[in-house]
Design a protein around this ligand. Sequence first.
Ligand code: PXP
Length: 263
Amino acid sequence: MARQNNQPASFLRLGVNIDHVATIRNARGGLHPDPVRAAHLAAKAGADGITAHLREDRRHISDHDIARLSREIDQPLNLEMAATPEMLEIALRHKPHAACFVPEKREERTTEGGLDAAGGHNHLAAYVGKLADAGIRVSLFIEPDRRQLDAAVSLGAPVVELHTGTYCDAHNAGDLDLRAAELARIVDAAAYAEAAGLECHAGHGLSFDSVADVAAIDSLVELNIGHFLIGEAIFSGLESAVRQMRVLMDRARGVASQTARTG
Ligand code: PXP
């Protein structure tokens, strides 16, 4: 059901993606910096969940990180994964709170586009079903596109995450026309998702500068943010970076900041 205009703005959850703590660790090998410690700090600073992507090439998060995150953090763990038999087995073994299917190409620097849920329907259906049967909340990382949302509904995925990468690139490049067009696409897709009964998240590329207009979209219930926060942590510390993001999201949403709860 679409939210009525006279209802108060809802709280927007922040999922903190800690992949790039592991990227820095892996640059030298060894144990430092520890992504699990980062997860604890992010939680203390107001993160509502922790996100980690176990890539096929293990370029950042490792299998051991996923095992430790599953055991050691109190916040819900959102495991980003490709739809492969190996990742399915790992997800079923650790049973994270949520799993988000993302497209994965070995040569890409990051997750460059959304999943083709429409084109990959037959392949994805078995994966969505097996995770759902195990009680894992399934999400699909897709472009803000009605066709992809229709596919998510027909696959029975309860959650979608809209890829905000093109919007953020346009924002950073100062391309105001593309920025406006992309924002309109995200607004339309989020409302369409909500009306279709999907829980709608968004993420990729968001920063202090670009978060406000996305956070203000009432149909969104969660943002997932990683690279910027870990980069910003170099200058201000992770807790400070997460707190400030939380404040910006709350302000955009028109709610009193929740960061006081973390002290
Ligand atoms: N959401 C999903 C599904 C992602 O794959 C990523 C990147 O791993 C993010 C959000 C976070 O993107 P960023 O690191 O650019 O904030």
